[in-house]
Design a protein around this ligand. Structure first.
Ligand code: ASP
Ligand code: MG
Length: 412
């Protein structure tokens, strides 16, 4: 008998019929002889609807306090745990629902984005040992004062991973509406295939560059505590993608996957003084406006001045320009700001890059043969990212996917 933590996201429990389907699946796993803790999200759309309601009653002018937001948002998951438990019980199973607090999930007191500080799973163990299936509300915990806290959007993943670590589960299964993690977005690359195994680091790089199957914080947590988990579909019985500590054989694959991110913008500041403190001024002002930057490139200086370029999400561009215009006089005599919208990032990710040479040259060569111009390049130990035009990204993805042998030969 193994202890398995399962997690079902909002879409999987999005209607009465889907709830019955999930209840049936949980019951089947239990009847197969395993102990089951099932973490569930709010039914799809519910969390958003609750946020809208809070804006309606406060008139948006005065924001609801974060403490009350947590009381409100946690009800979404609370609805689901009761409904799933009822459904399982009506099918002849034995299920008990637990809120985060009841399951011993202790957090800090930072409402709406609390961090889990400790889990005391005594009640979970007691219920499991009595032969119950435990249905646990995702995304929530209890502050040191005993108040309800929530873990940030998408936080049910974190509940599942953290509970799996706390009860030392055999496996954590994340059930979702996709079949697993793909070598590239299958809507763009028809020949993309499901990845069988991926390391935590690769999964994190894929997530940070566009392939958002799971909340990054949960993957970081899983890495830290060595929780192996599987991302798989709640609509069929197929195995999904296993995410785990890297193994030796993983390095034999050069590229694990390709991740895409559209609607980026590039900002170049020309003519900045080449002296200590300039870059600090630029990025302190940007950070102060809560804008996330990526792919920072600075040129060599020839005449005492240099250029700095970086990317931001297109939606942040106007705000970034406004913020930067205010500091331009501080960073040089003759500085100017040039920005370009409509660019996209393409990243190839794989731990195999560490031990294989020529990955960058193969990628650039492929893009050049496809007639695609590379605008910026940045690398990490296991990732190479380039920016290209938004309108070129699909072709670029298909070309690179095929060049690195990722195409599923049986697909057409
Ligand atoms: N219901 C929460 C959200 O929509 C948590 C989750 O689904 O993971 O963000
Ligand atoms: Mg969700």
């Amino acid at each position: 008998m193994s202890l398995i933590v399962q997690k079902y996201g909002g879409t999987s429990v999005g209607s009465a019929e889907r709830i019955r389907n999930v209840a049936r699946r949980i019951l089947d796993s239990h009847e197969a002889g395993d102990q089951i803790v099932a973490v569930v999200s709010a039914m799809s759309g519910v969390t958003n609807r609750l946020i809208e309601l809070s804006e309606e009653v406060t008139g948006k002018t005065q924001n609801a306090t974060e403490r009350e937001m947590d009381v409100l948002l946690s009800t979404g998951e609370q609805t689901t745990i009761a409904l799933i438990s009822m459904a399982i019980n009506s099918m002849g199973g034995k299920a008990v629902s637990l809120t985060g607090a009841q399951a011993g999930i202790q957090t800090d007191g930072v409402h709406t984005k609390a961090r889990i500080s400790n889990i005391t799973p005594d009640e979970v163990h007691r219920l499991l040992n009595d032969g119950n299936i435990v249905i646990l509300a995702g995304f929530q915990g209890r502050s040191p004062e005993g108040y309800i806290t929530t873990l940030g959007r998408g936080g049910s993943d974190l509940t599942a991973i953290a509970m799996a670590a706390a009860v030392d589960a055999e496996l954590c299964q994340i059930y979702t509406d996709v079949k697993g993690v793909y070598t590239c977005d299958p809507r763009v690359v028809k020949t993309a295939q499901k990845i069988e195994e991926i390391s935590y680091d690769e999964m994190l790089e894929m997530a940070s560059s566009g392939s958002k199957v799971m909340q990054s914080r949960s993957v970081e947590f899983a890495k830290k505590f060595g929780v192996r988990f599987e991302v798989r579909s709640s609509l069929n019985q197929q195995p999904g993608t296993l995410v785990l500590e890297e193994t030796m054989s993983m390095e034999s694959v050069v590229i694990r996957g390709i991740s895409l991110e559209r609607d980026q913008a590039k900002i170049t500041i020309e003519g900045v003084r080449d002296q200590p403190g300039t870059a600090a001024k630029v990025f302190t002002s940007i950070a102060g406006a809560n804008i996330i930057v990526d792919m920072i490139v600075q040129n060599v200086s020839k005449t005492g001045t240099t250029d700095i370029s970086f990317t931001v999400g297109q939606a942040d561009l106007a705000n970034a320009e406004k913020t930067l215009n205010a500091v331009l006089p501080d960073i040089g005599e003759d500085v100017s700001l040039v920005s370009q919208e409509g660019i996209a990032k393409l990243s190839v990710v794989g731990i195999g890059m560490r031990s294989h040479s020529g990955v960058a040259s193969q990628m650039f060569d492929t893009l050049s043969k496809a007639g695609i111009n590379i605008q910026m390049i940045s690398t990490s130990e296991i990732k190479i990212t380039v920016t290209v035009g938004n309108d070129e990204i699909d072709d670029a993805a298909r070309a690179v996917h095929s060049a690195f042998g990722l195409d599923d030969e049986s697909a057409d």
